[in-house]
Design a protein around this ligand. Structure first.
Ligand SMILES: NC(=O)c1ccc[n+]([C@@H]2O[C@H](COP(=O)([O-])OP(=O)(O)OC[C@H]3O[C@@H](n4cnc5c(N)ncnc54)[C@H](OP(=O)(O)O)[C@@H]3O)[C@@H](O)[C@H]2O)c1
Length: 403
């Protein structure tokens, strides 16, 4: 992307800030100038080279890794690769929906297998899957399939495995979108048959994003891995599957690394950790006499609406650069204090993932017959926290919500 376009894009949120006095932020006093300067200084940076399509070996901060991309799999090649296959996609939740529709739009022979009395059956019909044609009950779909995509919830994969395992016969391929079931087989009891290829493609995002990025013509980042290769073709099949379900770029990993990093990340910075940090900051502000709106704006609104998008687009240094000298000084000084305080927690978390404690907890909790009700109660508690009630009121004031 050219420096000019970078600058234009980076200034857009800032322009919005300036145009709206109600949300004008102290930290942005020097922002426009800083972004302009940063755009100029980055004009010569070699980052754009890494984005060139067709490049296979990419230098990630001094570590060379192979990255596989959709551009090497034109639709004709993809369809030819799967011309003798029937993909039986079992489970039609978040991932089933996204991956299934993308496969169908890519012209791959895909059928859905779900239980007839469940919500997913109705959802699949809504999405145009036709009973008896490409929508079946689980067993029938598996019997028709050559590649069995196990996209049941992780708890259900464990629960249904004694019934499903005998149906995964020689010649079929077993596909997962998470390393969870086979890696923690001592807990899940998902011991895969020894005579089939076992592969994984794990999109780095929700199934809804798998679908929306595909429709935008972009493609989600995914990791892929091979657990068991009996045909000698498992790796190529995993990459082809990744492209077929709608991935743009595919990063190679192992089942173990995928599941460890995934469980760790979602409990940490992606979800649990960030919520804990928001709550801690908000509570201190409230205890020190700040109003809910001030505490929310300073904790969540500015983060999600202004600063985090800049990190996503251009990196942390760029975001620091886009803020006032006062903000930058404090952020740089306080970073090591937060890192030192949090690193032991992250180490505990990684241990808890690796030793199976997180899996055990998840299986026990999510296998309870009333887990949905219990989970809904917990969500209700979060929804009712003052911080998120204040957030609702702040969001309601956004121009797009006041029309
Ligand atoms: N969601 C994500 O963001 C995401 C991202 C990457 C990878 N993954 C992985 O993708 C896989 C699928 O996840 P998901 O989030 O799409 O799952 P999900 O939304 O929880 O889907 C659950 C599916 O499992 C079915 N199911 C549940 N219990 C069942 C049972 N006892 N017997 C038969 N079917 C049952 C449900 O059918 P009914 O409607 O009939 O209950 C539904 O179709 C998991 O391995 C997950 O870790 C998920």
């Amino acid at each position: 992307m050219s420096a000019a376009r970078n600058l234009q894009k980076a200034l857009r949120p800032l322009a919005r800030q300036v145009a709206s006095p109600a949300v004008q932020r102290r930290t942005f006093v020097a922002a426009a100038g800083a972004v302009r300067a940063a755009a100029v200084s980055r004009a010569a940076a070699p980052v754009a080279k890494q984005q060139t399509r067709g490049v296979k070996t990419i230098d990630f901060a001094g570590h060379k890794e192979d990255v596989y991309e959709r551009a090497d799999w034109p639709i004709e090649k993809l369809q030819d690769f799967f011309k003798n296959d029937t993909l039986a996609l079992i489970g039609y939740g978040s991932q089933g929906h996204g991956q299934g529709l993308n496969l169908r739009d890519n012209g791959i022979n895909v059928i859905i297998g779900v239980r007839k009395e469940g919500k997913s059956w109705k959802d699949a019909i809504q999405d145009g899957w036709v009973p008896g044609k490409n929508l079946f009950e689980v067993d029938e779909a598996i019997s028709k399939g050559t590649i069995i995509m196990n996209l049941l919830s992780d708890a259900a994969q464990s629960e249904t495995w004694p019934h499903i395992k005998p149906q995964i016969t020689k010649g079929k391929t077993l596909y997962f979108s998470h390393g969870f079931s086979p890696v923690f087989k001592d807990l899940t009891k998902v011991e895969v048959p020894t005579d089939v290829d076992v592969i994984l493609c794990a999109p780095k995002g929700s199934g809804r994003t798998v679908r929306s990025l595909f429709k935008e013509g972009r493609g989600i980042n995914s990791s892929f891995a091979v657990y068991q290769d009996v045909t000698g073709k498992a790796k190529e099949k995993a990459i082809a599957m990744g492209v077929a379900i709608g991935s743009g770029y595919l990063y190679e990993t192992t089942f173990e690394k995928e599941v460890y990093s995934d469980l760790y990340g979602e409990r940490g910075c992606l979800m649990g950790g960030i919520h804990g940090m928001f709550l801690a900051q908000y509570e201190v502000l409230r205890e020190r006499g700040h109003s809910p709106s001030e505490a929310f704006n300073e904790t969540v609104e500015e983060a999600t609406q202004s600063l985090y998008p800049l990190i996503g687009a251009y990196g942390m240094d760029w975001m620091f650069d886009a803020c006032s000298t006062t903000a930058r000084r404090g952020a740089i000084d306080w970073t090591p204090k937060f890192k030192d305080a949090l690193k032991p927690v992250f180490n505990n978390l990684y241990d808890s993932v690796k030793d199976g404690s997180e899996t055990k907890r998840s299986l026990e909790y999510n296998s309870q017959p009333d887990y949905r009700e219990k989970y809904e109660k917990e969500l209700e508690e979060i929804r009712n926290l003052e911080i998120w009630r204040a957030g609702k009121a702040v969001r309601a004031l956004r121009p797009e919500n006041t029309k």
